[in-house]
Each structure stands twice: as structure tokens, then as C-alpha cells.
Write a new protein. Sequence first.
Length: 178
Amino acid sequence: MIYKEEDIRENHILEVAKSIMIAARTAPKARGRDNLVIVTITKDDIIKLSDKTLKMYEENNQSFFLRDSQTILNAKAIVLIGTKSNPLELDCGLCGYPTCAEKIEKSNCPCVFNSHDLGIAVGSATSIAADNRVDSRVMYSVGAAAKALGYFGKDIDFGFAIPLSVSGKSPFFDRPTL
């Protein structure tokens, strides 16, 4: 049997997306508390996400939302990784409040440790993409659009999108300047 690369590409991207999701889940978490939500979207959901990112550009006039809305149309899958807000009761003060209780009472700013855990998970995720020679890029704009669409579910403070592609040249770098 003969397999052409272009015939197995999409299946490979989906298998790598699964591995990325597992890598994000197993990344170290502060106090062992897992507040992450991890999903992968494909096909029609990528188009919906592109449309929402474009709409957000029209609302906020931040040009990278426009650029990213078009760039993700080159992705065969997009992994979304978000974090719930769940202060870890360390009273560290890193959020600007002396105690977690005061932070919860006065502010909805994210817990530093939730944000940190998200960053570690994203790093683990993108390392899997790189190890498998799948092009990727971490995108805040597309993560914000995914949150607005409810792709993360409820109670997510923020998240990032990691579009995935296999081509002769990564569509996620050397993009038009803004």
C-alpha cells in the first residue's frame, strides 16, 4: 500500500492534537489543583471561530484580531486551553491583594497561580506540536474569541488558542505586518 503525505496529514494533526491535550493536562499544577479546560475544534467550528475573531476586530479595532481571524483558516485543528479562576488559598499577595479572600471579595483578577499553570500547560502543549513537526502558534486573540463563543464552557477566566497546520511553510509566522 502507498500512503501519500497529503492523504495522512489531517489524521496526523488530529492525533497530535490529542497528544497536545494530554500534555497540557499532565503539566504540573500549583498545589496539584487542576483548573484547566482543554478542547480541540476542527472544520466548521474553526470557521465560526474565525468569524467571531473578525467580529471582535470590528468591535475593538485591534488589527491583530483581523490578521488572526484569517490566519486560523489555515489550521486543520485548534487546541484551546483555558483556566478557571480558583485562588489557591496561599495568601501570597501576588495578585495585589494580601489575602485570597480579599481578592475574591474585591476583584475578579485571575489568581497568579492559575495563570502560571495555564502558561506551563501551553508550553507543554506547544512542545508536543514541535516534537511532531506540526506548525503552531499561541494566540490570545483567538482564545478570547473562543471564550466569547463558549467553546471553553463556563467559568473560564481566559484562555489561549493553538492552531495546528502542516504545510511547506508555517502560516502562523511571517504574517503580514500590522
